[in-house]
Design a protein around this ligand. Sequence first.
Ligand code: ATP
Length: 478
Amino acid sequence: MDKIVSLAKRRGFVFQSSEIYGGLNGCWDFGPLGVELLNNIKQAWWQAMTYRDDVEGLDASILMHPKVWEASGHVENFTDPMVDCKQCKARYRVDLLFESLPKKSKKHIEDKIKVTLGADSAEVNEITINNYFSDNIDHFTADITCPTCGNTGTFTNARKFNLMFKTYMGAIESEDSIAYLRPETAQGIFVNYGNVKESTRQKLPFGIAQIGKAFRNEINTKNFLFRVREFEQMEMQYFVKPGSDDELYNEWKEHRIQWWVDLGIKRENLNFAPHPADKLAHYAKAAVDIEFKFPFGFGEIEGIHNRSDFDLSQHTKFSGKKLDYYDEQNKERFIPYVIETSAGATRGFMAFLCNAFDEDEAPTSEGKSEVRTVLHFHPKLAPIKCAVFPLVNKDGLQEISQNITSDLQKTFKVFYDDSGAVGRRYRRQDECGTPFCVTVDYDTLKDDTVTIRERDSMQQERIHKDKIKMYVLEKMSL
Ligand code: ATP
């Protein structure tokens, strides 16, 4: 992980937010290569999800009416239980603190939970752990050492902590002017369900897709981009007739995992993690996470949820506006169910970066081999699609290279480089994940051909300079 984070900074993928002021926890900036990669991920998702007949796009505002978050349950339920160390003031999310404990203390607490719950319910899960921490703090504090200051028995009771960022709208800061930065993009879709249905005349089943920023005041930010406070989501809500929801949920599950595979993530590095019935969110009938094998272990990158008719029913109740559907064929009226696919663009970025990172061997000009750092991005995602090099900086090779560069730049991101040995230039592009490098040499002067070298195989072939654009575009398509 350290190597990936350091490469990300060195090559301009990701910088710490406000770095010159010591950084801002849980916030990151995307540098020149990072913004290209992020845009390409979002574009690939947008294309896969909305370039079809049954899904429409949307871009809703981040600030929404405060009632939205009452209806959605976020004001009441979007909380994490957390404890504070009275000694050093460190704050922990209960489940993460529990996970970080030494095996022996964990076992001790698990045994106590079993006793508290009775011998027959020997089940220890997130819910029972959270309850235990809230209700049995005396036992708990006696056992636990604060990982930050090393004191034992210094924790407060667990308290609910709402993850939404609060702000105020308008000139007066009062209870009546509270607004929230959205913690998910989904609610912008639900409140526009009626507008989109009317304006597009879509019939069920149909979906609405949106990409946008979401904000969560996470207690413990960690693992680089994995858990951050400001991030982007790529969400789609698919409105379906009740009764068809189970089948469509399964279809979307398969469809979504395939998207990650098509963009280069090995299937064995992905995992479906279904939520057990006792851990389902308050709105869900079924839910599964798509997990990616990060260097620190499997972690969620996308959630697929059957949200039943919870959201549209809640917004009907709170707004007083009908959000139902009239099925003309069967002459019946009902509130649609929703299948949601909710992927993180920021977390997805990190998954694609980890997936692409590799150190292999490359030949040197002296006929030896050296370790090369390479990012094996799918050409569709690669920040730079093609680099162009003149073999030498004389005899008109630079001019031809620059002309090729500016022609290709009309279609995609290209990098021109005429400094250092060609081998060094290859290495620099390998580290950026550039899939193709074009070299202009003396043969180009004779027959207009160039050498094009493929990043992963390091194979080279000769093609006409007018064919470069098509060659790269073909490889970029899925
Ligand atoms: P987690 O359990 O990891 O907190 P979640 O189950 O709360 O995630 P969802 O609410 O289902 O996540 O959000 C959908 C997607 O949004 C996640 O799969 C993830 O990719 C992304 N996401 C959620 N929270 C964060 C965060 N704090 N930082 C980065 N991405 C996030």
